[in-house]
Design a protein around this ligand. Structure first.
Ligand SMILES: [Fe+2]
Length: 237
């Protein structure tokens, strides 16, 4: 795990060189540096495949945030970046026994012990809420953006992503399947198959998805109509 995470440290350094860690333009609130995000990832034993997913989500969300900025939209690119880097930091809360078995080659007993402790400490909370609880005192804006990426949050007037930063974190996550950017429809269909248990029953899952998915397509339309590119992302590398 330690050896593997060191490779990520290198990736973080590369991202720093690309200019995502310079002086914050807007200093309305506190955000962690990318290095600090890496420390948090290490502290909570975030497994490799989740770090990959978080990094790809950040890359896409930052791309969209920069396109919005170019069009005169006020958006805090650094908040978007840091929230995406940490958005699934507590994903272990959702791991089933079979997930843990599949992850066996990549995780240690120490990782599992840490997750068990955290699951007991935050019993009954979903991964978005656990990350929120962990981060809210030090980084309230960041914590809130992460909390609002919960799939069904978009149904709730109070909980739904409302700012551009929150919308981009929410949307980018719904475009990244594992560590690959895919069309929204493909990602949602895959997640529906995988996450039935999070809705309780298949029937409840179908009710939720029939209400939520159209709103996510609406969000896609809102973002892409502003930046005047298509969701297949022709200029994204
Ligand atoms: Fe995610």
């Amino acid at each position: 795990m330690v050896k593997w995470l060191n490779n990520y440290q290198l990736l973080y350094c590369l991202c720093e060189l690309r200019g995502l860690s310079g002086e914050r333009k807007m200093k309305k609130y506190k955000l962690p540096t990318r290095e600090k995000c890496f420390e948090i990832i290490k502290k909570y034993h975030v497994p490799p495949h989740i770090v990959e997913h978080n990094l790809t989500t950040a890359k896409l969300a930052v791309f969209l945030a920069q396109r919005l900025e170019e069009r005169g939209v006020e958006v805090d690119v650094e908040l978007v970046d840091r929230a995406c880097l940490l958005h699934d930091m507590a994903r272990f809360c959702d791991f089933s026994e079979s997930d843990l078995n599949n992850l066996k080659p990549f995780i240690t007993e120490k990782d599992k012990t840490k997750w068990q402790q955290l699951k007991a400490e935050y019993e009954g909370l979903c991964h978005e809420e656990v990350a929120y609880e962990i981060l809210k005192n030090q980084y309230p804006e960041l914590a809130l953006a992460i909390k609002k990426h919960r799939y069904t949050a978009i149904l709730d007037e109070k909980e739904k992503p409302a700012t551009w930063e929150e919308k981009l974190v929410y949307y980018a996550d719904k475009r990244v399947m594992h560590d690959k950017i895919v069309p929204l429809k493909e990602r949602l269909e895959e997640a529906h198959k995988r996450n039935v248990h999070l809705h309780g029953t298949q029937a409840q899952s179908d009710i939720n998805t029939s209400k939520v998915d159209p709103l996510i397509f609406g969000l896609e339309e809102e973002i892409f109509s502003k930046i005047n590119i298509t969701p297949d992302l022709p200029d994204f590398a």
